[in-house]
Design a binder for this molecule. Structure first.
Ligand code: SF4
Length: 465
């Protein structure tokens, strides 16, 4: 099956129809169904099981939660502080967690993906950052093709820090931009000029990073079609290798900092669709390929090539070309996937640090996947990453026929077939170019937990578009 041509515009009616609350599927099963019965003991057992696959490379995620002040829209797990003692203690705990993990993984050492996220990883000084990297180097072996990436905030990251990252082998950098319009920046409490971002992007390009990415958000307060058009044009003029375009999830009941956002300044739903449709149109017109639902990449970027070849992968760090199904997370709130199980650490700094001190790890919830979970995870990942599912490959992996196993789900897809979002060429399922936009809705059909009444409070999901 070949991938269909890119869409350059999306019918607004379709966006409106499929916009409903739903998971983002950064994991399947999604985090709200994970259990608090899974803790440090289960994690140690999983690491020891995983240690047997000595030759398999895995990915590492490191969470640095600190920021100097909190942006109003922020949905990340952050700690706002200028207290250097707190930072010192966190680094020591992180190093201890790395050592504990290496002890249980024994001779399993190869790492083919390393990502630092936050918070603001460059909140740390060059020496502090190198200290963490030295600890990782001591216990693990980074493969020659290892993708080493980091999120930076252009407002606080110096050129010296960027140069130091290159020295340590970092080859991909992502900058938080969100929007270039001054009124929008005031409304979200994050002021950064286009000139500042351009200087950082140009500097990174001069250092020959394999990829310079920027993050944008649509649906922010004060965004209008006119202002966003200018933001998109400015973003395109920087020629980033990749762009992540996230939908703003306004959940003030969950994220108290979002109460600073004036609700009446948010674009009305109809306009939010238009902002998204405009972005797809402008990026694809500028030569970018749409990756998954909300990413764009230049045609020669690794993500575009991998998506065309049907070998794109996805984990908590986003889309990736590295096939490392297993990932170890370090730091407060980090998530790992190892031995077919998810594990998440405490999102509170104190609980994280105390737990690592007492019980080696700070895992407070997780989930061991059963065979049905693994089957559905495969289908959802295939559709989210490569926009298609090949029935033969599915059979070869699980020795079951798609149409027999998913008879009920396939019937439920009739609406998306009628809307030409999905088609069924012989031997598989394939998203149409416009259907990519409702990928989360299609994934929801294969989610065995979504409609089960667990008796507990329903999780709060953002909207799918
Ligand atoms: S810089 Fe990023 S992580 Fe820090 S508060 Fe702003 S959005 Fe949140």
């Amino acid at each position: 099956m070949n991938n269909p041509k890119q869409a350059t515009s999306i019918p607004i009616d379709l966006l409106r129809k499929y916009d409903r609350p739903g998971p983002r599927y950064t994991s399947y099963p999604t985090a709200p169904v994970w259990s608090s019965d899974v803790g440090a003991d289960s994690y140690i057992q999983a690491l020891q099981n995983a240690s047997k696959n000595q030759d398999d490379a895995f990915a590492i995620y490191c969470h640095i939660p600190f920021c100097e002040c909190r942006c109003y829209y922020c949905g990340c797990n952050t700690v706002i502080t200028r207290n250097s003692d707190k930072v010192r203690l966190y680094i020591d705990t992180l190093k201890k967690e790395i050592e504990n993990t290496a002890k249980h993984l024994q001779n399993r050492k190869n790492v083919n993906q390393l990502h630092f996220g936050g918070g603001t990883p460059t909140y740390l000084t060059i020496d502090q950052f190198n200290e963490i990297l030295d600890t990782l180097d001591k216990h693990f072996v980074f493969t020659d093709d290892c993708e080493k990436s980091i999120e930076i905030d252009p407002r606080v990251t110096t050129d010296e820090q960027i140069a130091a990252l290159v020295k340590r082998g970092f080859n991909r950098i992502s900058m938080g931009v969100q929007d270039f319009d001054n009124d929008v920046q005031v409304a979200i409490g994050r002021i950064q000029s286009f000139d500042l971002v351009k200087a950082k992007v140009d500097y990174c390009k001069s250092l020959n990073f394999d990829g310079v990415n920027i993050d944008l958000i649509y649906g922010l307060p004060k965004q209008s079609l006119e202002s966003f058009k200018t933001t998109l044009a400015k973003a395109i003029s920087l020629r980033p290798d990749r762009v992540a375009l996230y939908s703003f999830a306004y959940l003030p009941s969950v994220k108290a900092n979002q109460m600073k956002i004036i609700e009446s300044e948010l674009p009305v739903t109809e306009d939010k669709y238009k902002l998204f449709a405009l972005a797809i149109e402008m990026f694809t017109d500028a030569g970018y390929l749409q990756i998954g639902m909300d990413h764009f990449a230049l045609p020669n970027d690794g993500l575009s090539v991998a998506q065309n070849d049907g070998r794109l992968h996805r984990n908590f760090m986003g889309y990736t070309v590295q096939a490392s199904p297993e990932m170890v997370g370090f730091g407060m709130s980090s998530i790992g996937y190892i031995d077919n199980s998810f594990f998440q650490s405490y999102s509170s700094l104190t609980q994280y640090m105390e737990s690592v001190e007492k019980s080696e790890f700070a895992v407070y919830r997780g989930m061991q996947l059963n065979q049905d979970d693994l089957i559905r995870q495969y289908v959802i990942n295939a559709l989210m990453c490569n926009f298609q599912l090949n029935f033969n490959e599915f059979y070869n992996k699980f020795k079951i026929q798609y149409h027999e196993y998913f008879m009920k789900e396939h019937k439920e897809l009739s609406e998306v077939f009628v809307d030409n979002c999905l088609d069924a060429p012989s031997g598989g399922l394939r998203m149409s170019s416009v259907g990519r936009t409702c990928i989360r809705n299609i994934a929801m059909v294969f989610d065995a937990y979504l409609n089960k009444d667990s008796g507990s409070k329903k999780p709060t999901f953002s909207r799918t578009i």
